[in-house]
Every structure is written in C-alpha cells, then in structure tokens.
Design a protein around this ligand. Structure first.
Ligand SMILES: [Zn+2]
Length: 327
C-alpha cells in the first residue's frame, strides 16, 4: 500500500511539474500552431482599405526621465563579461502592412536566446496576436520604435514625446488585453526606444530620455535589409561582436536571410563563451557607451542617403536605419 501511495504521489508530482512547464507563457496561452511562424507572414504588402487602423490618442506620459544622456551604442560589461544583445526592429510605416518573420522568433525560442524587439505602434496594431505573444514571452523585451516609423531627424521634443505616447497607447492597450488573453504573462513596461532610420536631431536623445525611455542604437550592423546573404551577414556580425555589443537586425520581413544567419551566429557566439541578454539586462551589467548624435556606423553617415531636405543645420546624422534602407 505505501508503495502504491508513493507511486501515486510520484505521478501527481510529475503531472504538476509538466503542468508548470506547460503553464509558462506564451505556450500556456497559445497553441503551438498559433505560436509558430508562418512563411507567408514575412512579406509586407500595401495597406488596403480594410487595413485602416485607428490612430490612437497619445497617452499622457508620467514616467520620470531616464537617467544618463546621449544615445546608447553598447555597454562595457563589468569584469569584461561576454554578453551580447540581439535586437530586432519591427517597423511599419503608413500605407503598408509590414511582415512578421516568425522563423527568427521560432529560432530564438528554440535556442532560449533572449532578445529585444523595437516595435512600432502600427506594427503592433496590425499584428496584434504576434505583438501580444512577444509581450507575453519572458525571454523577450519590447521597446518603442515610434508609432508609424516616423522620421525624427528634424523633430522637436514635442513631436518625439507624441510619437512615444502614441506607441505607448497601443502597447498599453495590448498589455491590458494580455491580462485576460494570457494571465500568466509577466508584467512589463516600455523602457527603451529606437529612432527609425537610425536618425535623430541634436536634441532627440534628451527628448526621449525626458519621456522616460533610453534611446538605443547599436555597435554591430547586420545590414539585413540590404538583401545580404546569410553567410556574409553572419561573418560580418561575428567579426564585429565584442563584450557588451548590441546587434541590429529586422524581424518585420526586411531581412530576407536573418533567420538563416542566426543559425550560424547563435551557436558561434555561444562557442566563444557569449551569453545573450536583453538590452535592459545589458545596461544593468556595466557601463553604457553613448554618443551625443545618432549614426549608423560613423558620425554623420546617415546623411549619405540624402533623405528629407531641410533648411535646419545638420548637427547630427540624417538618414536611414542600418545599412542601406530599412523599414
Ligand atoms: Zn525601423
């Protein structure tokens, strides 16, 4: 009898443990088929009449200003720890419905690799389930990439604050919805921001920090929107990564070979002893390396794309997000 009881207790424990594993979000909240990426989602398309989205009112922001100044390029981790942050932009401008590159997300989940997604408000609206899945996943962190991929090169602080507040209205509504869709999802707040096109004005970084977010760029450019093949992309990234690096990539379908490149990049960095962390964890790990101006690889290099003419003096880079064109 005691043996039977013991066996029963053992089975009950096993069931409970299995239940706990199953209860982890987002797997607890979506069936596997709804979580897995579908290749047809990766392509962007023109927005039709049925894609018209309600532009949300800007939320009143009450967050205290983020500490520090300038725009984050990388971090010097304490003790030279081999940490690296993979970041993926989810850009969507008006007039289009951008893609969702599920192969990237599936690969990160399968390898338990933390990552940071810079999500546009419009992207979140047009990919509501995907946005909630990313928000629900404790492996990932979601930052702000403006509402509709606004060019903030010449924007004043009020415009920047409005973009942030509008995006936060979308993300806040999704977090509210998550409470019923996925009660097991961890609570989260937006603390990071990425300028579209890698461009900002001289006062841009301070305006973002005044709105409570930390502006984040990168020190390693994957160049994935250029159409670069997986092998040279992986080679370039692996040549540039150092402790505390931030790598910029895209998960909105703009990087055609990003998922394929990650199949090389992730194991290669692990073999070198690197640990993947979110940008917030990277910031917490050491000393931030910031720049006063936004740029892609070198100060002023965003100007080469000859975007938007302006009569304002260019004290900073103007341009487009990492290597060649983005969105
Ligand atoms: Zn972008």
């Amino acid at each position: 009898m005691p043996r039977q009881l013991f066996r029963l207790a053992f089975v009950a424990c096993a069931v409970l443990l299995a239940g706990k594993a199953l209860a982890d979000p987002p797997a607890a909240c979506w069936p596997p088929a709804a979580l897995a990426g579908r290749s047809e989602e990766a392509a962007k398309r023109h927005a039709g009449p049925s894609d018209r989205l309600p532009v949300p009112a800007a939320l009143a922001m009450i967050a205290p200003a983020a500490v520090g100044e300038g725009v984050l390029r990388r971090v010097v981790p304490a003790g030279g720890a081999k940490l690296v942050a993979l970041t993926f932009d989810l850009c969507e401008g008006s007039g289009e419905v951008a893609g969702y590159d599920g192969a990237i997300v599936d690969r990160l989940r399968a390898a338990s690799v933390p990552a940071t997604f810079f999500m546009g408000g419009r992207w979140a609206q047009s990919h509501e389930q995907r946005a909630m899945q990313l928000l629900a996943d404790p492996l990932f962190e979601v930052g702000d990439h403006t509402y509709d991929h606004a060019d903030l090169d010449h924007a004043d602080a009020a415009k920047i604050a409005e973009e942030i507040a509008r995006t936060e209205a979308v993300l806040g509504a999704l977090r509210g919805k998550l409470a019923s869709v996925c009660p097991a999802a961890p609570a989260s707040t937006t603390t990071l921001f990425r300028f579209p096109y890698g461009a900002c004005g001289a006062d841009g970084p301070a305006a973002v920090r005044a709105a409570g977010l930390t502006p984040v760029q990168w020190d390693v450019v994957s160049g994935d929107p250029s159409g670069i093949a997986a092998a040279p992309m992986a080679k370039a990234v692996l040549a540039e990564v150092k402790p505390g690096s931030i790598v910029v990539m895209h998960a909105n379908g703009r990087g055609k070979h990003t998922a394929e490149a990650l199949a090389t990049i992730i194991p290669a960095l692990k073999a070198r002893g690197y640990r993947f962390v979110t940008v917030s964890d990277l910031i917490a790990s050491g000393k931030p390396v910031t720049a006063s101006a936004c740029f892609i690889e070198h100060p002023g290099d965003t100007a080469r794309y000859g975007r938007k003419a302006s009569t304002a003096p260019k004290t900073n880079g103007a341009g487009t997000e990492p290597a060649p064109v983005v969105k």
